[in-house]
Design a protein around this ligand. Structure first.
Ligand code: ISL
Length: 549
């Protein structure tokens, strides 16, 4: 396995809107990140990934960009960005920017021009079909509900938007569009940015026949087989690599809804020269039911483990994995995969231990390091997210049981991960002196950074310990992986090894103690999440890392 700095590091993902507000406008900003660099550095992370901070009308919180070269004034503008980049580099921390180029904002100059007339030079920057305002070109449904087609009266045709109506999809078939994008990438990399997280990059090549999806096909299958992994995606990514990425020593991670075991390896194969890592969603769509995300089914733990094993095996020889359990689009990890009630502390630590002991680069989402939890608002009016709101409206329109739907929102809404970072006990959790753009979680008085700093047994201190441990063990980074109990319904037990060393890692994913003996006496306990681990027995949500002597 070839060594690389981005394989050996740990990423901290920041959702800038919700991290730290220094102006009192209720929105986080870049000065807020600069002010918290001591904290970020103290975690031991080596890279930060910033969700989009470019100029945007914020129909989808910055994932709708209206100027790719301008940092939004709300966040502090380009000058503040330059300060942040410098300050990070002074501490040896790298910066990964979010690149959103499957679509732009409809307020981007390109689209403003494109929609004017069919012979406008920018018209072909987007995807146009159909000529009957009563009948969209096909039955495709947007990620955020409703048809993917919106009528444009001026040119009497529809444009494609896989996300909101304000996020028209760019036409990657057009070489001019691709060159514009490579120029944008070059602009940021030449500035010194160390990497890119590429939003929904699996969707950039469309299946141009635009054939209807089969009636009743679950959305995860539509993503995988209809929207993602289109015929030219690998060609485009290889071209981007040739034309721009190869000039820099940077890291790339492609967000890949619909990326499966068949296509995943190709995106990250060193030989294919496309990306360094992808985010697949097999483990995060695991509880999507027949009607999708807001029709959740119980989590199948055996399947959950199988997904990690399958992906590890698929990338073992060539390529590299990204290890993450949540982000700004999913529930809080302790609420989803742990227990955010009486075992919140133990289970959040277990998840930290899992993230730091699998093969692949670990990603920590802000707030997970203090065990922040899901919210459960009593009314949809308290939710901000466009995905949640559109799903709600669609459920209403189709006559769903809305009490049941609200429970699904509690479980799945993207806002679970977007509540402001909880810094201390002061009003608004120390996030803002103004009215936060989204409600602060009511549990902030007990769950916050200041309290965690003061408690030597906190989740936060455990994260620091685990991150340091991980970074110091090449075997945990590069070593082989094997699940030793794939069928066990509560234990996750695996081995990581290379020619020099071997680790055995065990996690009890349950609210009950489990009888368990370490298989060899020469396994020595290195780190764990309980103060007094018992012989022959694992406590609820206990994690242990042993080294073979
Ligand atoms: O795969 C998923 C489950 O439905 C999605 O959550 C998927 O990850 C997501 O819709 C794609 O996310 C990215 O692009 C969106 C943006 O809203 C998200 O915040 C971003 O992470 C459109 O740009």
């Amino acid at each position: 396995m070839k060594r690389n700095w981005w394989k050996e590091g740990v990423v901290y993902q920041i959702y800038p809107r919700s991290f730290m507000d220094t102006t009192g406008d209720g929105l986080g900003d870049l000065v807020g990140i600069i002010d918290q660099l001591d904290y970020i550095e103290s975690l031991g992370v080596t890279m930060i990934w910033l969700c989009p901070i470019y100029e945007s009308p914020n129909d989808d919180n910055g994932y709708d960009i209206s100027d790719y070269r301008k940092i939004s004034d709300e966040f502090g503008g380009n000058a503040t960005f330059d300060r942040l980049l410098k300050a990070l580099h002074a501490r040896g921390i790298k910066l990964i920017m979010d690149l959103v180029v499957n679509h732009s904002s409809d307020e981007h100059y390109w689209f403003q021009e494109a929609k004017k007339s069919k012979d406008n030079p920018y018209h072909d920057y987007y995807i146009w079909r159909g000529n009957n305002p009563e009948s969209p070109p096909n039955n495709w449904q947007s990620f955020f509900n409703g048809s993917v087609w919106k009528w444009n009266a001026a040119t009497e045709e529809y444009f494609l938007h896989l996300f909101t109506q304000k996020q028209p999809d760019l036409n990657w078939e057009n070489p001019k569009v691709r060159q514009e994008i490579y120029d944008i990438v070059d602009f940021w990399l030449a500035k010194g940015v160390d990497g890119l997280r590429m939003d929904v990059i699996s969707l950039i090549s469309k299946r141009l026949a635009f054939t209807d999806t089969p009636q009743g096909m679950p959305f995860v299958d539509v993503m995988e087989h209809v929207y993602a992994n289109g015929p030219r995606v690998h060609e485009y990514l290889n071209e981007m690599h040739q034309k721009v990425l190869s000039k820099y020593d940077v890291v790339t991670v492609g967000e890949g809804p619909g990326v499966n075991l068949e296509h995943g390896p190709r995106y990250v194969s060193a030989a294919a020269q496309e990306l360094n890592m992808v985010f697949h969603f097999d483990h995060l769509t695991i509880d999507f039911g027949p009607e999708g995300k807001y029709d959740p089914v119980p989590l199948d733990f055996v399947r959950f483990k199988e997904i990690f094993s399958q992906w590890d095996a698929a990338l073992a020889q060539d390529g590299w994995n990204s290890i993450f359990l949540g982000n700004h689009d999913f529930s809080r990890i302790v609420s989803r995969f742990g227990n955010d009630g009486i075992y919140r502390i133990a289970s959040a630590k277990l998840l930290a231990c899992l993230l730091m002991t699998l093969r692949g680069t670990p990603y920590i989402y802000q707030g997970d390091e203090i065990g922040m939890t899901n919210v459960a608002h009593d009314s949809i009016s308290k939710y901000d997210d466009v995905e949640t709101r559109n799903a709600w409206d669609a459920a209403m329109a189709s006559g769903k049981d809305m009490n049941k739907f609200l429970k699904a929102v509690h479980w799945q809404s993207r806002d679970n991960a977007r509540t402001p970072m909880q810094w201390d006990q002061t009003p608004n959790a120390g996030f803002s002196k103004g009215q936060p753009w989204i409600p602060v979680h009511e549990n902030y008085k007990s769950i916050n950074v200041a309290a965690a700093e003061d408690d030597p047994n906190s989740i936060l201190h455990f994260y620091r310990k685990m991150i340091a441990f991980r970074k110091a063990q090449p075997t945990l980074i590069y070593g082989d992986y094997q699940d030793l109990e794939p069928q066990h319904s509560q234990l996750f037990l695996y081995r990581r090894w290379d020619i020099k060393e071997e680790f055995l890692i065990v996690h009890n994913f349950s609210n009950h103690a489990i009888d368990w003996e370490k298989p060899k006496t020469q396994y020595n306990l290195q780190i764990g999440n309980y103060a007094n681990p018992e012989e022959g027995r694992l406590s609820p949500w206990e994690s242990r890392v042993y080294r073979l002597n």
